[in-house]
Design a protein around this ligand. Structure first.
Ligand SMILES: [Zn+2]
Length: 251
């Protein structure tokens, strides 16, 4: 059974790394932007590009907060058992690092610490003028939509979410670190990612310079499946806790 074999590989690994995508958070109720019933039916991707932000920061913030409503509710989304399992693996010293495409902050909430954020984070926003960083919830708190965009307390500069927007370059430091981790890893666990968009699509191909054990846990097929040692088409919130428990036991 694949779960046991994956747990054994993790328990025996020296530099295990996880790569996570939107599918990791769907069980928490965070919508998957790319699925058929995802948010792009309701919102236009071109509304939240860096170009739109620069042209119309107020309109951008109105759309952005609507799309990310789960970040701004009183009752925010919670980590699910897949996030918890990844945090447990790190705490047990099995998982060295986690590379994520997600901006929802749920890995942090679950207790993961060594996180490479390929797409930044929606949890904070930074001043375009002086660089001051604030919590996004605090930035928009008490603001009427008509008062958008939120501005810097220090210099009145416009705040931008620390999420990498469409059309914006990915953070070079995070990209470099992700590549280094992928090259050094001996077990790469790709979780809840369709592995179709770079760099997530290319990281598994460079895993261990071709010598790593490659594991894909995703409900749907991915283009990386033919290269993978194990493909688990199972809900991540069921597969991960069982794999983590066995790996931690078997270490
Ligand atoms: Zn400022």
């Amino acid at each position: 059974m694949s779960r046991e074999a994956v747990a054994d590989a993790l328990a025996a690994s020296e530099h295990a790394v996880a790569l996570t995508g939107a599918g990791t958070s769907t069980a928490s109720g965070v919508p998957d932007f790319r699925s058929d019933d995802g948010l792009w039916r309701e919102f236009d991707q071109s509304d939240i590009t860096i170009g739109r932000f620069e042209r119309d920061p107020g309109g951008f913030w109105r759309d952005w907060t609507a799309i990310h409503a789960d970040l701004f509710q009183d009752d925010p989304v919670e980590p699910n058992p897949a996030h918890d399992a990844l945090a447990d693996l790190e705490r047990a010293g099995i998982l060295n690092a986690l590379i994520t495409q997600n901006v929802d902050g749920l890995h942090e909430a679950a207790g993961s610490e060594s996180i490479i954020r390929l797409h930044g984070t929606g949890a904070t926003a930074s001043c375009r003028n002086c660089g001051r960083t604030v919590e996004t919830t605090a930035a928009v708190e008490g603001l009427d939509e008509a008062e958008f965009p939120p501005r810097c307390e220090d210099c009145d500069g416009v705040l931008k979410p620390d999420t990498v927007l469409f059309g914006e370059q990915m953070p070079l430091g995070a990209m470099r670190e992700a590549r280094r981790l992928a090259e050094e890893t001996d077990v790469l666990l790709a979780v809840g990612s369709s592995l179709t968009v770079d760099p997530a699509a290319s990281l598994p191909r460079m895993a261990g310079r071709g010598n790593a054990t490659l594991v894909v846990v995703n409900l749907d097929d991915t283009p990386v499946d033919p290269l993978a040692d194990y493909v688990l088409n199972e809900p991540v919130e069921e597969a991960l806790p069982s794999i983590a428990a066995q790996a931690i036991d078997g270490e």
